[in-house]
Design a binder for this molecule. Structure first.
Ligand SMILES: Nc1nc2c([nH]c(=O)n2[C@H]2C[C@H](O)[C@@H](COP(=O)(O)OP(=O)(O)OP(=O)(O)O)O2)c(=O)[nH]1
Length: 173
């Protein structure tokens, strides 16, 4: 329906569209099924909140390439693009832009993650994440159910693999 038609029907006219900002992020999962969160530094928007590592996609850049670049720059780790598996996405209207954030799951990387820009990092368990122990941006909250499911699946798979290895070696798990 055209705007005039909406107004005639007594509905609110659509507000000014916000610019769409494309950000890519990752749920990096360790063998215990914990996820890596990074704390946004002081002086930035959403300072102090804990986020999934990632950043903005540059013009002309593929999302996976952007994430590989961001993880190298921010955490000092090398991630093969093929190890990035689509998991979920965020779509959230902030005051001055609309965030669209495809989020991948990843269990393979080379190097030890360390905050290259001085940001604090934390490996967070599913229980801690679910309890809200790490305050996150509002855009991230709808992504938590699929992230938690991925964390628990990873932990269960690693536990089963350890039990199978122990059984094969003739040892109790
Ligand atoms: N990487 C990441 N960004 C998030 C998450 N949740 C969320 O709302 N964001 C927002 C915060 C920023 O507005 C944007 C990320 O872009 P960025 O990392 O380049 O943001 P920034 O503020 O450091 O950069 P800038 O605008 O100062 O250049 O997405 C998240 O879980 N991970």
């Amino acid at each position: 329906m055209a705007t005039a038609g909406l107004a005639a029907a007594g509905e609110a006219a659509p507000s000014q569209p916000l610019p769409l900002v494309l950000v890519v992020a990752v749920a990096l999962l360790d063998t215990q099924g914990r996820v890596l969160l990074a704390q946004r530094p002081p002086g930035k928007k959403l300072a102090g909140l804990w986020e999934f590592p990632g950043g903005k996609v540059d013009a002309g850049e593929a999302p996976e390439a952007a994430l590989v670049r961001e993880l190298r720059e921010e955490l000092g780790i090398a991630v093969p693009a093929a190890a990035l598996r689509p998991l979920t996405f965020a779509s959230h209207a902030y005051d001055s832009f609309h965030l669209l954030m495809p989020t991948y799951e990843c269990t393979e990387w080379a190097g030890e993650p360390a905050g290259q820009e001085g940001q604090a990092l934390a490996w967070v368990s599913a229980e801690e994440l679910e309890a809200g122990a790490y305050a996150m941006p509002p855009a991230d909250l709808p992504m938590l159910p699929p992230v938690l499911a991925a964390m628990r699946a990873r932990r269960a798979a690693e536990t089963a693999a350890a039990a199978a290895a122990a059984a094969a070696a003739g040892m109790p798990a």
